[in-house]
Design a protein around this ligand. Structure first.
Ligand code: ATP
Ligand code: MG
Length: 398
């Protein structure tokens, strides 16, 4: 096969912004395929062709294409001359060893100037295959569907379609900041936002060195995994333990989780504004844990001056777990760690926080200073996928 033919989500890419979306999708594909033997990624009359070089590892190309958002489906295809004889003989050569119970030919003309209509071209190609192999035609439920696309200067054909990742091309919907714990939920929440075209910046709060580094390592691994979908990420690691020690001194035990969460959101918002992000994202789910009652979420969210998105809000743990397994984040999320939220918190956290009470308690803290200190102590780490090859290293296909 010479190519991977990529079909994008027609509806999502309609309208005035279409060339811009498409340009982004092509760039994302090029970046995702960097280092592989791919000689070009080109936009061609309503589809994209990934041109494979002679040494391309096609399975690896496919597994990377599968993670690029904005793709409806893709196929291993062969490019041939725009000529029905050429198409038919190439198809027959490809199918030399295959026995097929029934088949059909499905033609799409991208350029209506082609002298035959699609049904006429289907009959021409189908007739030649039938004559050569004797396979019966079945238009309803064929065992083999020979799909042919006729463009202006060339034709493609392929036999199987694979599902793409769907969604919108990464980077077309602006930036958001995701509060990433080491848990099961927040990576899934981040992935859902990525699927809608958002570039996700990650913020992880940790209590190292009071607690172990385990949560930091998990956050790094999760970001590395998630970067396979968005290709470039930044993770801010925010030391939170000292702030928690200050909270310990003046906030009653049951209120602390709510106060921690309000601090986290304020810090994340500050980082979001510095980076031009327009919303915050969390993995909150109604009623899953004590901090996630409607009352608490309202009081916690009340501090944010940016919208807070909670893409998992109505999901069951089981559904989220299924998604985490499919994503590959689940094995990382279940590695034991010491979440900073458990530091200095009693077993009986407040489940019905009241804003006035929390605000009164917080007046004992210098919130602005705490937030500013945390933001300046936040250490950014950049991750890229595929990882950059150092200039001394060898890379193919460039
Ligand atoms: P998760 O599985 O995402 O940790 P959870 O069910 O454990 O969620 P909580 O621990 O209450 O729920 O956290 C709710 C949300 O708050 C998380 O989904 C995440 O967005 C944010 N959060 C909690 N702890 C942290 C942390 N240490 N760093 C960054 N964000 C956090
Ligand atoms: Mg958690």
């Amino acid at each position: 096969m010479t190519s991977i033919v990529v079909h994008y989500q027609e509806i999502a890419l309609k309208g005035k912004n279409r060339p811009w979306f498409l340009g982004r999708l092509v760039r994302n594909l090029r970046k995702a395929l960097a280092g592989l033997d791919v000689t070009a990624v080109r936009s061609l009359m309503g589809r994209i062709e990934v041109v494979l070089g002679p040494d391309a590892d096609v399975d690896e190309v496919e597994s990377r294409v599968r993670r690029v958002f904005g793709i409806a489906n893709f196929s291993r295809a062969r490019r041939v001359a725009l000529d029905l004889d050429a198409v038919s003989s190439a198809v027959l050569a490809d199918l030399a060893d295959r026995q097929v119970g029934s088949f059909r030919v499905s033609v799409r003309r991208a350029d209506k100037r082609f002298p035959l209509t699609s049904p006429q071209a289907e009959r021409e190609i189908g007739g030649r295959i039938k004559q050569a192999r004797g396979w019966p035609v079945d238009l309803e439920r064929p065992e083999l569907d020979v799909r042919v696309e006729l463009l202006t200067n060339e034709a493609f054909y392929f036999f199987d379609k694979q599902r793409g990742a769907g969604g919108l091309p990464t980077g077309t919907a602006g930036k958001v900041v995701c509060l990433l714990s080491g848990g099961i939920d927040s990576p899934v929440a981040a992935h859902r936002m990525m699927k809608r075209g958002c570039s996700v910046i990650f913020v992880h709060f940790h209590a190292y060195p009071i607690l172990s580094r385990a949560s930091i390592e998990k956050a790094r691994q999760l970001v590395e995994l998630l970067t396979r979908w968005q290709l470039r990420s930044r993770l801010y690691l925010v030391p939170f333990g000292e702030l928690q020690q200050q909270v310990l001194l003046s906030i009653p035990g049951p209120m602390r989780v709510v106060v921690y969460r309000r601090l986290m959101l304020r810090i994340a918002e500050r980082i979001a504004r510095l980076r031009g992000a327009q919303a915050l994202v969390t993995g909150d789910v109604v009623g899953q844990v004590a901090s996630q009652t409607l009352e608490n979420m309202a009081v916690i969210g009340g501090v944010a001056g940016l919208p807070i998105f909670r893409p998992l809000i109505g999901m069951d743990k089981e559904e989220i777990t299924r998604e985490a397994i499919a994503l590959g984040s689940y094995p990382i999320s279940i590695i034991p760690d010491q979440d900073c939220c458990t530091l200095f918190t009693p077993r009986n956290p407040l489940t019905r926080a009241r804003a006035a009470e929390i605000e009164a308690a917080e007046s004992a803290l210098s919130i602005d200073d705490m937030v500013a200190t945390a933001v300046s102590a936040a250490s950014p780490e950049d991750v890229e996928y595929p990882a950059r090859v150092s200039s001394a290293g060898t890379s193919t296909g460039t």
